[in-house]
Write a protein that binds this ligand. Structure first.
Ligand SMILES: Cc1ncc(COP(=O)(O)O)c(C=O)c1O
Length: 310
């Protein structure tokens, strides 16, 4: 499996009619079949650098995370081995692997359950930092969800693509909308536009944790609050990874309108975006489709079971 970095550039922008409004969609999900969405942007630096001393990639997160598959892909592309630490591995997933977990296993990833919080009273991250990382050599450690300074390199290229597109289309005052987990993608996009005095504003929403948590995540990457994206708050509190009827409904409506999104991040963002567009119908909005569709292989059956669909 080999990807020339030049293939990881210039994703298309399409027009998308939804809920009676017009949006532009940046199809970053189409970046490359094996390496797409925001992880491809965030990990691009590692893909392009030689890094001859590295043999092992180390990460952590959920056993069903998009980042697990993306890190497994990165490791395979670079000829590295991946050790991915998780708090626990659900038994059903071990018995019938699906989605990101299955794809990462197929790429040779080592997925290691440490039973962090319950067993040691500490998080997997602490366990890794204290007990594992000091024992490793020739290893590259990437924090959960790719939240690291190196991510700026690839996200900056995404920002440049969008800026060029807006110039070609003669669009002033473009608003970009994308959901946040770690906030890394939204932050580095916003930072680029701010530093280069470009009239594009980044709007985002907190899908993991609340608005304050997201602000703390921004602060881990950048001290200057002027660089931060604008957070659009949700009137209702949602728990990450839980199933909500309104999420499934909007996901189905989006699919009917012609585009398949993923089921963890995109539904909340679209609910908030529709609400925002109702308030500001004149604004030109581009939504970034950040990929992650493999995760639907485990999310969709859960939704279908919950709503008694076959
Ligand atoms: C599909 C999708 N959207 C959004 C995000 C959130 O990205 P970030 O962690 O950069 O905020 C993720 C996670 O990386 C994702 O997989």
């Amino acid at each position: 499996m080999l990807i020339a970095p030049s293939l990881l550039a210039q994703t298309p922008v399409q027009s998308f009619e939804f809920g009676g409004y017009h949006f532009y969609l940046k199809r970053d999900d189409l970046l490359h079949p094996q390496f797409s969405g925001n992880k491809a942007r965030k990990f691009r630096y590692f893909l392009e650098q030689e890094l001859p001393d590295i043999q092992l990639l180390v990460g952590y997160g959920s056993a069903q995370a998009n980042s697990l598959y993306s890190m497994a892909t990165l490791a395979a592309l670079k000829g590295w081995h991946l050790q991915f630490y998780v708090d626990h591995l659900p038994q059903w997933l071990q018995q019938s692997p699906v989605g990101n977990y299955q794809a990462a296993l197929a790429l040779g990833a080592d997925i290691i359950a440490v039973g962090g919080k319950e067993k040691y009273g500490i998080t997997v991250e602490q366990y890794l930092r204290e007990s594992i990382l000091p024992t490793l050599s020739a290893a590259l450690y990437v924090p959960e969800g790719g939240r690291c300074q190196a991510a700026e390199y690839g996200v900056r290229q995404l920002a440049q693509e969008i800026h060029e597109w807006a110039i070609n289309q003669k669009i002033a005052g473009l608003k970009l909308f994308l959901p946040s987990g770690t906030g890394t993608t939204a932050l580095y996009l916003s930072k680029y536009f701010y530093e280069n005095k470009i009239d594009i504003e980044v709007l985002t929403c907190a899908v993991v944790g609340g608005d304050n948590y997201l602000r703390q995540q921004f602060a881990m990457l950048c001290n200057d609050e002027l660089c931060y994206p604008r957070i659009i708050s949700s009137p209702k509190k949602y728990h990450f990874g839980k199933l909500y009827p309104e999420f499934y409904q909007i996901w189905q409506q989006l699919a009917k309108a012609g585009v398949t999104f993923e089921l963890l991040y995109d539904p909340l963002a679209w609910l908030l975006l529709l609400n925002y567009k109702q308030q500001y119908p004149q604004q030109t909005i581009m939504y970034i489709h950040q990929g992650g569709l493999l995760g639907n292989e485990s999310m969709l059956p859960r939704y279908r079971r919950k709503f008694n669909e076959t």
